[in-house]
Design a protein around this ligand. Structure first.
Ligand code: SF4
Length: 319
């Protein structure tokens, strides 16, 4: 029998979440799949595409990220300034089956100029018939209101890891600041995309605590992004130990059971997973992925490999 949680009547405790996570693996994924089928079409998958509109030169010190100026290897800041380049990438994304177009920038907060361009990009991409998502770091309330006016569908802001492990990963921005940004986005009616990265040296208890943080928002995030660390040379986590794949799947299953209606996305790190592991993630409740690693530069072979996997699994794109 699964642990029945009275969701949203009271906060989910770490102990309750741990009891789910620690169940025998096959029982856990069986229950998670049952929850998934109740709220989602198991034959469908939501495809998103991600375009960096500014990258590199970031003053934050996220230990997993190639774009931080604190790394041994520097990545200079670069920006796409031509909206037409963004719209062309969005058209390409739509043609590949994406229903959502996500745009990301590096940095703690967006400059006024970058923010203005992102607003124009949101308006233009929506006209192409795609959902929009932005990830731009911390925002002021005025900026959140403006993004809502532009029609932004989702704002992504990850908590990255558990509150306890957080300072091992980032020191330039607090966990509480992240929560405040997410709550601000929620307050103004933009859908929330949030999540974190697994495999950064955290324990299973940290993974559980991260999920407890997400489930205890007043409303569950509509979109949960679960990444597996990509070890990038020159970053502090370049030599992190590999995490157990079954623990990765357990974390997805826990998210599925705790937040039944949220869409769970297997985001970064998927390219290093076997097709079989990805299928297990989909069974355990993941219902979304990013197609292609870098939209502007992704080789067709990589996109075709993703599409072939969907074909082999008889999964159809949403939308
Ligand atoms: S804030 Fe974003 S771009 Fe900057 S170091 Fe952290 S993850 Fe990288």
């Amino acid at each position: 029998m699964g642990l029945k949680l009275t969701l949203k009547k009271e906060k989910v405790t770490f102990e309750e979440a741990k009891a789910i996570f620690d169940r025998p693996f096959l029982e856990l994924i069986y229950e998670a799949h049952g929850v998934h089928r109740q709220h989602h079409d198991p034959g469908k998958i939501q495809i998103s595409s991600l375009l960096s509109i500014q990258w590199g030169g970031c003053c934050e010190d996220c230990a997993y990220c190639a774009q931080s100026i604190h790394n041994k290897k520097k990545m200079p800041k670069q920006t796409i300034t031509d909206l037409e380049v963004i719209f062309a990438a969005a058209e390409k994304a739509k043609a590949m089956g994406s229903s959502r177009f996500c745009m990301g920038t590096s940095g703690r907060v967006p400059s006024d100029e970058l923010f203005g361009m992102a607003c124009d990009a949101v308006i233009g991409v929506k006209k192409l018939g795609l959902e929009t998502c932005l990830t731009m770091g911390m925002l002021h309330e005025d900026q959140v209101i403006r993004l809502k006016e532009c029609g932004l569908d989702y704002y992504n802001h990850n908590v990255d890891t558990s509150p306890d492990y957080y300072e091992k990963i980032i020191t330039t921005r607090t966990f509480e600041e992240r929560i405040r940004t997410i709550e601000l986005v929620r307050k103004h009616g933009i859908k929330v995309c949030t999540g974190g990265i697994l495999g950064m040296g955290e324990t299973n208890d940290d993974r559980i605590k991260m999920m407890v943080s997400l489930v205890n928002f007043d409303e569950h995030p509509e979109s949960i992004s679960i990444n597996r660390l990509v070890k990038i040379p020159g970053t502090p986590l370049e030599n992190a130990a590999d995490m157990d794949s079954f623990d990765f799947v357990r974390t997805i299953a826990l998210a599925r059971i705790l937040m039944p209606k949220s869409t769970i996305r297997v985001s970064a790190g998927r390219e290093a997973m076997s097709d079989e592991l990805q299928a297990l993630c989909f069974f355990a409740g993941a219902g979304s992925f990013f197609i292609g690693k870098k939209l502007l530069t992704t080789q067709n072979a990589e996109i075709e490999k993703d599409l072939a996997l969907l074909n082999r699994l008889n999964l159809r794109p949403v939308g």
